[in-house]
Design a protein around this ligand. Structure first.
Ligand SMILES: Nc1ncnc2c1ncn2[C@@H]1O[C@H](COP(=O)(O)OP(=O)(O)OP(=O)(O)O)[C@@H](O)[C@H]1O
Ligand SMILES: [Mg+2]
Length: 113
């Protein structure tokens, strides 16, 4: 099981969700976050540059059952967000130990799909 976490431009969210629909994703969580990467926020266009160089972004979290599904989710995200400019975003992929569907007590991939 894999957890795919992407931190991207807020404007990319709609397209990402649309792309995810096409790959039959099992679920998604979206957060409003603030952060910066390598450029410490200074090379990114944002109206209020005084806000400690923290740039508003969205974080999209999607847990999927395996490598193949993770790759599809990653493609759905990158194809919606890549402009080639600083601040396009980053994707963090990690191995996930356990998932439990509370209603049924199903575990693992059964609980994901
Ligand atoms: N190492 C990191 N740890 C935690 N969050 C990070 C890290 N790098 C980036 N982020 C988050 O991802 C967002 C987007 O990062 P960003 O795309 O600017 O990464 P970058 O490494 O600076 O790449 P680029 O050079 O393309 O701008 C940041 O605003 C921050 O929230
Ligand atoms: Mg950056």
């Amino acid at each position: 099981m894999k957890k795919v976490e992407a931190i991207v431009r807020t404007g990319a969210l709609k397209k990402i969700l649309k792309n995810l629909l096409e790959i039959d994703y099992p679920g998604v969580t979206v957060y409003e976050v603030h952060g910066h990467g390598k450029q410490r926020g200074v090379k990114e266009h944002y109206r209020d540059q005084t806000t400690l160089s923290l740039v508003p972004k969205v974080k999209i979290e999607c847990v999927v059952s395996g490598d193949k599904e993770a790759e599809k989710a990653i493609n759905a995200i990158t194809s919606a967000t890549r402009t080639g400019e600083f601040g396009d975003g980053k994707i963090f992929v990690s191995e996930l130990k356990e998932v439990i569907r509370i209603r049924t007590n199903e575990k693992g991939t059964k609980a994901i799909n």
